[in-house]
Structure formats: structure tokens, C-alpha cells
Design a protein around this ligand. Structure first.
Ligand code: CP
Length: 311
């Protein structure tokens, strides 16, 4: 019942067995979360700091909730309002926090590689909650659990990842995970938002035609257009993007099958996804959010090295 790694820095570093173990453990914690008392003592006496250098709603809240459900003690740190504004370095900040006897660090940072850097310098276990445009491993794990619940597994399933692949850590973590677990992956979107050599590097399909991707897939994971990470014009306007690459009800209804729609959030409604799709019966977006708590409980529990039962 151990992961092969001390940290969760990315899906790239995990073995297929690690992913299976995390998903199986998350399923056990999902059962706990259905009970009237949704709490287990598994991480009693473990202290976890949630270190957020970048904004978050879903990831931050679900890590906090996961920690509380596991009976851990938690500290929440936001870069805004901290001594980071006075010039304190990441390493100084973390070492100061760790000197107060913190066992695990959950970190989101806008710099790619920030959690990998920390892992080389501190003894605590680190969970990457999203680093720049690199990876968002717990998002890929909760996406995998959500797909698996609806489609009965991942092996052989056809997943289209649609939109801003270039700037998406969700896309990269999903590609690593889905390929390791035997799913087929097609990336779809404008040529300017899909990295040139990704097809050869990752063994994925690429299309610039959204209809073709939707006709092929069992599930479409639609990504947010990340305007804050784009420093050049990569498409003409949001209206044009919606017209050419947005997912509308009309487009979905014109397919000869019903596919699942996912989105990591936050959604740009009316850009990559129309509201009547986001809120439709085909959408499993809120399942994804719900599964985030159990998946994060599983990751924290497994990394803690604790042996107490999950029930
Ligand atoms: N999916 C996701 O990472 O959302 P937040 O940025 O709100 O955490």
C-alpha cells in the first residue's frame, strides 16, 4: 500500500500501479464521504500546509476538505498578504513554515518546476497542486476517477482533450495518465494552441477539426482558454474561438451518439463551452469536483506513510 514516490510532483513520475492504487484508495474514501460522519482518523497528528502562490477555488477547497476529513491539522498560506511581498524567497518561506513542525506541503505555483525545486531542498512530502504550464496531477487523477465511474474503466476508452493544450497543465497530466492506463487520446483545437511535436512525443492523435474529435470520442475534456498565460495573439477573438472551437448543444445534438463532457474549471461560459452544455445531463463537471476530495484524501493518505485503515 505504498506509492513508488515520496512526493506527488507529476503523473509523469508515477507507475501504472501507483495510479491504480490511488484510484482504488479514492473509491474507499468515496464510501466514507457518503456516511453521516464523513471523517476518519487516518492523519491525526499530521500537519499539512496548503501553500498557494496562485489563485484557486476547487483545488484549494478540496485539499482543505480532504485534510479535514482525514483529521489532519492544516495551515493555509496565500502569497498575497504574506511576507512574499517583502521579497522573501520560496525556500525561506517554506523553511520557516517547516520549522513549526509541518509534515506535508501542498503547493500551487505559477512557476513551472517550483515543487520539484522544493523537493530537492526540504524533507517534507510535497503534493503538486499545479505548477505553471507543467502538471496538475490531482486534477488528472480526479478526471480519471470520473471517467472510470461513468465508462467502467480507462483501458481502450477514447478521450478528446479540446482547446488550449499549449498552456494547460491539466492537458499534460491527463495525457500522461490516460496513455499509462491504456486509453486513446486525441487533442483538438486551433493549430496555434497545440504544440507542434506533441503527436510524436506522446503518441496522441491531433486534429484541428472539433467535429472530427467529438465524433471519435467517448468523452470530451474541454479546457479553459488561459488568457492570463498568453502573451501573444493566438486566435482572432473569443467570439471567433467560440464559433470555430466552442462546444454548443447544437453541435453535440448533431452527433450520432451521446458523449460525456468534462471541464476542469473555471469555465469561460460562451467561449470554450456553452452554458446549456455545461449544465446538461451530458456534463460530469460537478462529479469531477466531488471526486477531487476523495482523490486528494487518497494521495495525502498514501504519501503520509500512515498504516491506519481508510475506513
Ligand atoms: N481545476 C482547477 O485547478 O481549478 P482551480 O484553479 O479553481 O483550483
Amino acid at each position: 500500500m505504498h506509492l513508488s514516490s515520496k512526493h506527488l510532483l507529476g503523473i509523469r513520475d508515477l507507475h501504472r500501479e501507483d495510479i491504480t492504487l490511488i484510484l482504488d484508495t479514492a473509491r474507499q474514501f468515496k464510501d466514507v464521504l457518503q456516511r453521516p460522519i464523513k471523517k476518519v482518523p487516518s492523519l491525526r497528528d499530521v500537519t499539512i500546509v496548503n501553500l498557494f502562490y496562485e489563485n484557486s477555488t476547487r483545488t484549494r477547497i478540496s485539499f482543505e476538505l480532504a485534510e479535514k476529513r482525514l483529521s489532519a491539522d492544516t495551515i493555509n498560506f496565500s502569497a498575497s498578504g504574506s511576507s512574499v511581498s517583502k521579497g522573501e524567497t520560496l525556500l525561506d518561506t517554506v523553511n520557516n513554515i517547516l520549522s513549526m513542525k509541518v509534515d506535508m506541503v501542498v503547493m500551487r505555483h505559477s512557476a513551472t518546476g517550483a515543487p520539484h525545486f522544493l523537493a530537492q531542498h526540504i524533507p517534507a512530502a510535497i503534493v503538486n497542486a499545479g505548477d505553471g504550464i507543467n502538471e496538475h496531477p490531482t486534477q488528472a487523477l480526479l478526471d480519471a476517477l470520473s471517467i472510470s465511474e461513468r465508462l467502467g474503466g480507462l483501458e481502450g476508452k477514447k478521450v478528446a482533450i479540446i482547446g488550449d493544450i499549449m498552456h494547460s497543465r491539466v492537458a499534460l497530466s491527463n495525457i500522461y495518465l490516460l496513455k499509462k492506463m491504456g486509453a486513446e487520446v486525441t487533442l483538438a483545437g486551433p493549430p496555434t494552441l497545440i504544440p507542434k511535436y506533441i503527436r510524436e512525443s506522446f503518441g496522441v492523435n491531433v486534429t484541428y477539426n472539433i467535429r472530427e474529435a467529438l465524433e471519435w470520442c467517448d468523452v470530451a475534456n474541454v479546457l479553459r482558454i488561459q488568457l492570463e498565460r498568453q502573451n501573444q495573439v493566438l486566435f482572432s477573438s473569443l467570439r471567433e474561438y467560440n464559433h470555430a472551437y466552442g462546444i454548443s448543444k447544437k453541435l453535440l445534438d448533431s452527433l450520432d451518439k451521446e458523449i460525456l463532457i468534462m471541464h476542469p474549471g473555471p469555465i469561460n461560459r460562451g467561449v470554450e463551452l456553452d452554458s446549456d452544455v455545461a449544465d446538461s445531463g451530458q456534463s460530469i463537471i460537478l462529479d469531477q469536483v466531488e471526486n477531487g476530495v476523495a482523490v486528494r484524501m487518497a494521495v495525502l493518505y498514501l504519501l503520509s506513510g500512515r498504516k491506519e485503515s481508510t475506513s
